[in-house]
Design a protein around this ligand. Structure first.
Ligand SMILES: C[S@@+](CC[C@H](N)C(=O)[O-])C[C@H]1O[C@@H](n2cnc3c(N)ncnc32)[C@H](O)[C@@H]1O
Length: 226
């Protein structure tokens, strides 16, 4: 766990200067993982699992400049809670300034449980990921997925996207296999050809956990399953 990422970060009240997605990519290509934000059609699909009724807790991982943030906010229409976890303080500052009702945390997704606990939460109904999985090594993929599985409700949904051109490359295959080992159901969407580059969404339901002495844990951290 990256405890240092949980030190409170003072976000500028005016959001700071405008942030260019492309410049942030040039600064840190492996963290940003794309040269442009997701398009509207991909954002609508990736956020379709957010309930438009009730008071759900929605967690957004890697919001960047907010491509998924706006449709999540529209679906919530003022109800529930929307927590956005972004490692890049410049993206986080702009996001907080643009979306006053989104709880923005400057933190690493590997610290998700702590981020939720700091806000009096331990579970999420929906986790929407915009993280650049293909740029993550195996350990980072595993650590983030463990956090997601640890917080998601048994009836919850985890969605994440992948670029079609990289779908059969080792990191994307590893992600798909990891998803299938952590969730009973993994449904792959149609391809969103209008996105640049074209992308698809994984809809993951029914997290696979075992109950140990310290409560529910996911299979990868349970003894005998490493
Ligand atoms: C491919 S961009 C996606 C941005 C946005 N969701 C979209 O679809 O346009 C990936 C985002 O994940 C953030 N990110 C990368 N690694 C992260 C981590 N370990 N924890 C939290 N955010 C992370 C990056 O800073 C960036 O904002």
């Amino acid at each position: 766990m990256h405890g240092a990422a949980l030190q409170p970060v003072q976000l500028p009240s005016d959001g700071g200067p405008p942030v260019s997605f492309f410049l942030e990519f040039l600064r840190s290509p492996l963290t940003v993982g794309a040269v442009r934000p997701s398009g509207r059609a991909l954002a609508e699909l990736a956020t379709a699992a957010v309930p438009a009724t009730g008071s759900p807790v929605v967690v957004e991982l890697g919001p960047g400049t907010g491509a998924f943030t706006a449709p999540i906010q529209q679906r919530l229409a003022g109800s529930g809670r929307h927590l956005a976890v972004e490692i890049n303080p410049r993206f986080a500052g702009r996001l907080a300034a643009l979306h006053a009702t989104v709880e923005v945390a400057v933190a690493d997704a590997t610290a998700l449980r702590e981020v939720l606990a700091q806000r009096g939460l331990d579970r999420a109904d929906v986790v929407v990921s915009g993280l650049p999985w293909a740029a993550f090594d195996e350990e980072l993929q595993r650590n983030v997925l463990s956090e997601v599985v640890a917080v998601i409700q048994p009836t919850g949904v985890f969605t994440t996207f992948a670029y079609v051109h990289a779908r059969w490359a080792p990191p994307a295959r590893r992600l798909h296999e990891a998803l299938r080992s952590r969730f009973e159901e993994v449904v792959v969407s149609r391809t969103v050809w209008t996105n640049l580059p074209p992308a698809l969404v994984y809809f993951c339901r029914r997290p696979i956990t075992v109950v140990g002495p310290q409560g529910a844990m996911d299979l990868s951290t349970a003894a005998g399953h490493r």
